[in-house]
Design a protein around this ligand. Structure first.
Ligand code: AMP
Ligand code: MG
Length: 520
């Protein structure tokens, strides 16, 4: 197996040369050397073909024993030094101190076609950052990360990617609901891929310790390799850097709102410095459109990370990063000015995105009220987000009274649609129809545009659970089916119409489908 390895991370950043897995505080360092744990009986379950070719490997190489061993942690690539990264983080609004890759191990960085990719195993054993946990991952959470990160990529959402999913052959003990009923589950390893896995928390930990020297090295490293267009390090460049991280993070969250993705654990250690969606834990997809929804049972009480609050949380997280930058540049005005722009910019970007979802492309129109009314209506009765927006493109503005008929499949309980609510919908469709008449884009083109922002297929929570249940019994066909389905989420796929449907009733309150904990 031939990979073009370039370990810039290893060679440029201060390392903690630990080789055994003692749990401890790691100071003056950005990472620690570790060796992945050997597993009992590794078995490859799935490989993402596009990611494979992106890193320069062939299908033949992927079928080799070498590939299996390297991507399950059973062999280390020649001339590489796997490492776990040190970071801290604010979790659920509080500073949590040092965290770090507790169960992620970076294997190496490869360069192919001028693109750099860091390869990282998730679930390959303990690291100095594992604290009291085991550094392992189970099949259920690994399938969820593997399928969802690739699905997000094909939806056009900035995200970390996945290369492979394998069983380790070991059993892992987990208490899924944290209710004192631990059980053994199949251990698994995902190889994740991204230009870098550096997080907000990677910088926060250094600032929290007053370690300006290492912080500057890490910021300069990040600039050099991922923001090189901003130029040589200086106060001005640091501000530009922060500004771009703000812009990228905002773009990411606008995409989440567009497709109905709820991250579930937006702690600052789960915020990529590249504005990528990272750390797929108890995430979920909106079924009924609901700003108050969160899939994360750990967050059930306060719902900090609910759908409607994701952009505010991104801003909150950016404030934490701004504090780090302040420590570095010792000036607050520039940082504050950037942060103050966030709300207004987000509102604009959100409005633009929502306008595109309902087919409004003519410049200079203000559709804020129409959209606000729609969002209120969608939440009056349980209305499936994906079905609603996808079907909306079939609305005919010359027949506004048929509006409800066009989108009726999206209602979970049509009996909840009282005369009064129906009337409100009819009114909305009247306003929508009259507004559409001002649109200059021909109808065919409008439908095409709408279908390019409103996915037909998303990884509904129950779909992932079905793939998990089958794979747990040794049947990987559904995993493969969903993987392929979600590669073309905007296409009509008549053969796959069964996945363009509301969540079945059995999945409403099922663990794994609507309720997820951080246990993984
Ligand atoms: P998360 O909430 O998944 O982002 O994880 C928060 C912290 O806990 C990170 O430092 C993880 O590396 C660590 N962590 C989560 N699960 C495990 C595990 N099974 N073993 C070791 N560390 C873990
Ligand atoms: Mg995390």
């Amino acid at each position: 197996m031939k990979l073009n390895i370039k370990d810039t991370f290893n060679s440029e950043l201060p390392a903690d040369p630990i080789l055994e897995n003692a749990r401890r505080q790691v100071e003056d360092a950005c990472y620690s050397f570790v060796t992945p744990k050997k597993t009992k009986k590794p078995e490859m379950l799935h490989i993402a073909p596009d990611m494979l070719s992106a890193i320069g490997l062939s299908k033949e190489e992927a079928a080799s024993k070498d590939f299996l061993n390297v991507f399950t942690g059973n062999a280390v690539l020649p001339n590489t030094n796997p490492y776990a990264m040190c970071y801290g983080g604010h979790q659920f609004g509080n500073w949590a101190g040092q965290l770090g890759d507790g169960r992620a191990i970076n294997l190496a960085e490869v360069v192919h076609h001028d693109k750099r990719w860091a390869l990282q195993l998730k679930g390959a054993g303990e690291t100095p950052y594992s604290r009291t946990a085991d550094g392992l991952a189970v099949l259920r959470s690994s399938i969820r990360e593997y399928l969802c990160s690739e699905a997000m990529h094909y939806l056009g959402v900035p995200t970390t990617r996945a290369l492979s999913l394998a069983l380790t052959g070991d059993q892992v003990l987990r208490d899924v609901l944290y209710d004192g009923h631990p059980a053994y589950e199949k251990g698994a390893v995902v190889c994740r891929v991204a230009p870098t896995f550096i997080r907000f928390g990677s910088f926060e930990i250094l600032a929290s310790r007053g370690d300006k020297e290492t912080l500057e090295i890490l910021v300069n490293y990040t600039l050099k390799h991922f923001y090189s267009h901003l130029g040589a390090p200086s106060k001005k460049t640091y501000l530009q850097f922060f500004k771009e991280v703000v812009a990228r993070s905002m773009e990411m969250v606008v995409h989440w709102q567009r497709v109905g993705f709820v991250h579930g654990v937006m702690n600052t250690d789960n915020m990529s410095i590249l504005g990528l969606t990272i750390d797929y834990g108890p995430y979920g997809w909106l079924e009924g459109y609901d700003h108050g929804w969160t899939p994360n049972t750990t967050d059930r009480q306060h719902k900090r990370y609910r759908f409607g609050q994701q952009s505010d949380i991104v801003l909150w997280n950016l404030y934490q990063l701004a504090n780090v930058m302040y420590f570095l540049i010792d000036e607050s005005a520039g940082l504050e000015a950037i942060l103050e722009q966030y709300k207004g910019d987000y509102e604009q970007a959100y409005l633009r995105m929502m306008r595109s979802k309902i087919g409004m492309y003519t410049a200079g129109k203000n559709d804020a009220l129409l959209i606000k009314d729609l969002e209120a209506l969608l939440q009056l009765t349980e209305t499936d987000m994906t079905l609603f927006f996808r079907n909306l493109s079939a609305f005919d503005e010359s027949q506004p009274s048929k509006g409800l008929e066009v989108i009726k499949d999206a209602f979970y309980d049509s009996s909840a649609l009282t005369t009064e609510i129906s009337k409100r919908w009819d009114q909305w469709f009247l306003g929508y129809a009259s507004r559409l008449k001002d649109e200059t884009l021909p109808k065919v083109a409008r439908v095409k545009e709408m279908n390019a922002v409103n996915p037909k297929y998303v990884l509904r929570n129950y779909m992932a659970q079905l793939a998990i249940d089958a794979a747990d019994k040794g049947d990987n066909s559904l995993l493969d089916e969903l993987f392929n389905l979600l590669k073309k989420p905007y296409d009509e796929q008549p053969k796959n119409n069964k996945w363009f449907a509301k969540r079945p009733e059995w999945a409403r309150n099922k663990v794994g489908c609507s309720m997820l904990s951080c246990s993984s």
